[in-house]
Ligand binder design. Structure first.
Ligand code: GTP
Ligand code: MG
Length: 254
């Protein structure tokens, strides 16, 4: 059993990728279990096998405690963490090849709070987990946003300590040269530096080289795989990297 946590900023495509990557895996004869960890999800593009909404009622928490949407989500995720043993048992009882876990849209409420860590530590088998950090190319085409995204990915990596892959989603929705530009930044520090120097004006320019170096170092340990959750382009490559991480993890465990 191998567990994949799908995280990313609001609307980056976590639920759509959860749905279509699991369809793709099933097409490869891999049994796949879908877990929804988002208590506030209204409708999902897949039928979850394990669903936190069976345990926690976000709307009721919001109304009964008179909370706003984000405070209600914090309270709901706290409540979800109380059911961690039940969720763990639900998942383990299936024992599939892959478990794909969709996470809440408000990334910071999941990634930078204790409850997020409790859930990722308890769901799945130690040493057989990976996190997919979903990048939105519409946002990342701007070099400053690309840098911000990379730093966010590294903060999440530090927070959870799980192997991580950055998935550049929605590549069908942007011109091919935008995708190539983003890939270029991840493959050549000079290309990133040139575009960054062009965008950082005045006093900020003195940081360009350090920022480019830091981003380049992070990407060398958190690879970027371009995919489309609509056309499924890039899924074979994503699967290959996941498989490589699994086998490296198994070697480490021996
Ligand atoms: N063109 C295109 N659109 C996509 C792709 N993946 C997701 N989308 C669209 O992006 C929007 C957001 O997708 P979701 O899967 O709901 O994103 P999410 O990250 O789960 O959103 P939250 O849970 O609300 O944070 C939807 O309109 C999707 O149809 C993709 O690969 N290509
Ligand atoms: Mg979602």
């Amino acid at each position: 059993m191998y567990t994949v946590f799908v995280v990313g900023t609001a609307g980056s495509g976590k639920s759509t990728l959860t749905s279509s990557f699991s369809d793709w895996l099933r097409g490869q004869e891999q049994s796949t279990l879908l877990v929804n960890l988002d208590p506030a999800a209204h409708s999902l593009p897949y039928e979850p096998d394990v669903d936190v909404r069976d345990y926690v009622d976000y709307e009721r928490i919001m109304v009964s405690r008179r909370l706003g949407p984000n405070a209600a989500l914090i309270a709901s995720i706290r409540e979800v963490a109380r059911y961690v043993e039940e969720l763990k048992e639900d998942v383990n009882s299936f024992n599939p090849d892959f478990v794909i876990v969709d996470t809440p849209g408000q990334l910071e409420l999941f990634a930078f709070r204790r409850e997020g860590l409790i859930l990722t530590e308890n769901i799945g088998v130690e040493g057989r987990k990976t996190m997919l950090f979903i990048l939105d190319p519409i946002f990342c085409t701007n070099v400053k946003n690309f840098v911000a995204s990379t730093f966010l990915a590294s903060s999440i990596y530090l927070s959870f300590g799980l192997p991580m892959i950055q998935v550049l989603n929605k590549i069908d929705a942007v011109p091919r040269e935008h995708v190539e530009r983003i890939q270029g930044w991840s493959e050549s520090m000079d290309s990133l530096l040139v575009d960054l120097e062009d965008k950082l004006k005045g006093g900020l320019m003195v940081f360009s080289r350090e920022v480019a170096q830091a981003v380049y170092d992070i990407i060398s340990s958190i690879p970027i795989i371009p995919v489309s959750s609509i056309s499924m382009e890039g899924f074979p490559e994503l699967h290959a990297v996941l498989t490589r991480i699994v086998s490296e993890g198994e070697l480490e465990l021996r």
